[in-house]
Ligand binder design. Structure first.
Ligand code: GLN
Length: 198
């Protein structure tokens, strides 16, 4: 049974938790560095990346999350979570100037690449590794404007990269936890199972 965490500072962490549990994973809500102990994977949910980044600072999570990755942990960021994983963030609110990120995925992410809240949409997305299209919910979604060395593009929409992977880091611009289609969660858990039996 894979042991997986969900970063539970803000955003859609309960939905991720429910999906992962439905697939048989043992799920821990991560708020403090100590919560990462014994986990093989961590999901960073959608929500508001600037808020999450601030809370990550307050809870002392930046270095522990990088250590978790360096120690072999798998990470999956969805929407705001994907922004947190990127090497570089574009479109931070002007009062921030620069937006901190974990820099574990060699991409430049553009926030709100598909427009504002009212421009949110659902589409069937062809994702590499899945045999049939995946229903994908985009809510003020980012896109990966620059994809650097070592990064594999897993899906595009309207010419923009919306899913990418680099080693143990997976990032999707959309919200797979808001549909009943659990194939991406399954894919993530399978990568952890391979890790645990290795
Ligand atoms: N636009 C949000 C951000 O930049 C992400 C939106 C989402 O996670 N649905 O944090």
């Amino acid at each position: 049974r894979p042991r997986v965490g969900v970063l539970a500072l803000q955003g859609a962490f309960r939905e991720h938790r429910a999906r992962l549990e439905a697939l048989g994973a043992e799920v821990t809500e991560v708020r403090l560095p100590g919560d990462l102990a014994g986990l093989s994977g961590l999901v960073l949910p959608g929500g508001e990346s600037t808020t999450m980044a601030r809370l990550m600072g307050e809870f002392g999570l930046w270095a522990p999350l990088r250590d978790f990755h360096a120690a072999g942990g798998h990470l999956w960021g969805t929407c705001a979570g994907a922004i947190l994983l990127a090497r570089e963030v574009q479109g931070a609110p002007p009062q921030f100037g620069h937006q901190d990120s974990l820099a574990l995925l060699n991409v430049t992410v553009q926030r709100n690449a598909f427009g504002r809240q009212i421009d949110s949409f659902t589409t069937d997305l062809q994702v590499q590794g899945l045999d049939a299209p995946l229903p994908a919910v985009f809510i003020r979604a980012p896109a990966f404007a620059r994809v650097g060395e070592g990064v594999t593009v897993l899906a595009t929409h309207q010419g923009q990269v919306v899913a990418a992977q680099q080693g143990r880091v997976l990032a999707t611009a959309f919200h797979p936890e808001l549909t009943g289609d659990l194939r991406l969660h399954e894919l993530f858990l399978n990568s952890l199972r391979r890790l645990e039996t290795a």
